[in-house]
Design a protein around this ligand. Structure first.
Ligand code: NAD
Length: 491
């Protein structure tokens, strides 16, 4: 299905205390990567807008904390029903602002709903515990909300990345401040409206638009207790340092350059599609996309299959657009630089024509470059586009040395039929997530999402069981109700 692009610009507004309100700051346009047209506009939030929103969230959260978990969960269940009802409409909107295909837009939202389903299951999980520790004395562990928490999200998943945190943080009893990417802010209005319709009390979910200044004012606000961030490594590090310097809890996920170890014995049916779909899916604009193939031994038969699959993709139908014109230019220049440095272009997307009628959009075709040198820009710089670099390796040890020397740590996959070689890669990979014959090794819930090294600053993961400690406080209670005859150290 082709993406329905808004015909006239949508006014994108903050969502504060249950109302859609225009920010008081600078105006910004939202451009569709599909046709280069302005499809929305917003006004950034000023310090005053931010202060009002956070103060109201702070007040409202106090009563939300007293709502039993099962009652909070009922609202989240309604939220799921509404998102499922509006799935296509939201997928069209998020795809038109981010450049995804309709199928990718829908899949991203479904992945977000999977995290929501995990949040629904919290009511049935052991969120606390109690035991008698000595005669007449019990110790109890309780999970309590933090208060007001904030999340800052990137352009590439306008619904999925925010949905990593919205359901879990709200279900645990927090108030939520969201600063969406200014490049893809429109989807936030659908999510805010769905939460309101679901019955979430006004003031608990506030959306504040803007760029760097808005982010910094949110982090600095004294009533914000914890900050989640997903975006590029440079900004993730900045957000982490700024928040932790103020004594706040911060989990900041950054960029990536993901490696695939390709071995000759790999299953041909899984390999061509697995690797091609990994680097071309979402037009390469995802932090789990394959960026570098570490080709061990004679794997040319696999590489041919990757090329065949990638060159069969139809732009605008099977593969979407790139977020901005400047990013398309960056990708084309990077490919040209790599070629000059000695890379062999096996598939060249630089001149792939735009889909009919979308000439003003931001398009580039899949590109595969062979004989890339391990320390070159093509091997090390995050491109964030449908460009795959192949590095020829002497053996698996050489391949893992290259993987280990890269600063990022989101994903590493291996394609092989050998269990023991797969195990070697699992053990030696420097990443938070590893795949075996899987091109995009995003764990399904309740297994958590989170990288390592320069792909993640802070402790824990952003979803799943590993995220609960981040979005809550633990309280330990020791109780004695009656005097006991025998003495013990607590008497
Ligand atoms: P970005 O870092 O430019 O922006 C992310 C957010 O930070 C946006 O909301 C933006 O407004 C804000 N921001 C930008 N500059 C800022 C600054 N100087 N100070 C404070 N805030 C600032 O990232 P992007 O271009 O929107 O997204 C692409 C990047 O995100 C890629 O590097 C990709 O790998 C990464 N990403 C990582 C993950 C992950 O899970 N690790 C997931 C998705 C995307």
């Amino acid at each position: 299905m082709s993406v329905k692009i808004p015909a006239t610009p949508i006014p994108c507004q903050n969502f504060v205390s249950g109302k859609f309100l225009k920010g008081s700051g600078l105006a910004m346009d939202v451009v569709s990567p599909y046709n280069g047209q302005i499809i929305g506009n917003l006004h950034a939030s000023t310090a005053k807008d931010i202060d009002l929103a956070i103060k109201d969230a702070h007040e409202t959260q106090k009563s939300w904390a007293d709502v039993p978990l099962k009652e909070r969960t009922k609202i989240m269940f309604n939220f799921r029903q509404i998102l499922m009802r509006d799935l296509d409409e939201i997928a069209h909107l998020k795809s038109s602002e981010s450049g995804k295909t309709f199928a990718e837009g829908k899949a991203g939202l479904m992945k977000g709903i999977e995290v929501l389903e995990f949040a629904l299951s919290l009511q049935n999980m052991d969120l606390g515990g109690k035991m008698e520790v000595s005669r007449g004395v019990s110790c109890e562990f309780r999970r309590e909300p933090l208060g007001v928490i904030a999340n800052i999200t990137p352009f590439n998943f306008p619904a999925m990345v925010p949905m990593w945190t919205i359901p879990i943080a709200l279900t645990l009893g927090n108030a939520y401040i969201w600063k969406p990417s200014e490049k893809t802010p429109l989807t936030s209005m659908k999510i805010a409206a769905a939460l309101q319709e679901a019955g979430l009390p006004d003031g608990l979910f506030q959306v504040l638009h803007g760029g760097k200044d808005t982010v910094e004012a949110i982090i600095d606000h004294p009533q914000v207790k914890a900050v989640g961030f997903v975006g590029s490594t440079k900004v993730a590090q900045h957000v982490y340092q700024r928040g932790t310097a103020l004594g706040k809890r911060v989990l900041a996920l950054g960029g990536a350059k993901n490696h695939i170890v390709l071995l000759p014995d790999a299953n041909p049916d899984l390999t061509g599609a697995g690797i091609s779909d990994s680097f071309t899916g979402c037009a390469g604009q995802r932090c789990m996309a394959a960026a570098v193939v570490l080709a061990v031994g004679d794997v040319d038969h696999h590489i041919q299959k990757i090329i065949q699959r990638a060159q069969s993709l139809v732009l605008g139908k099977d593969m979407g657009a790139i977020i901005s014109k400047s990013q398309v230019q960056f990708l084309k220049d990077a490919i040209t630089r790599a070629e000059k440095e000695g890379a062999k272009i096996l598939l060249d997307g630089r001149n792939t024509p735009a889909p009919a009628g979308l000439d003003h959009g931001h398009w580039i075709g899949p590109t595969i470059m062979d004989n890339v040198a391990p320390n070159s820009e093509a091997a090390t710089l995050e491109y964030f586009g449908p460009v795959l670099s192949i590095i020829r390796c002497r053996d698996i040890t050489h391949a893992m040395q290259i993987e280990n020397s890269n600063p990022y740590g989101n994903a590493c996959s291996v394609f092989t039929s050998s269990g023991s070689l797969a195990e070697k890669v699992i053990r030696q990979a420097s990443t938070g997530m590893v795949g075996v014959n899987v091109g995009v090794p995003v764990p399904r819930e309740p297994f958590s999402f989170g990288g390592a090294n320069a792909s993640k600053f802070g402790h824990g993961d952003i979803t799943g069981a590993q995220s609960l400690d981040f979005w809550s406080n633990s309280k330990k209670v020791t109780m004695k109700w009656e005097k006991q005859d025998d003495s013990n150290w607590m008497s």
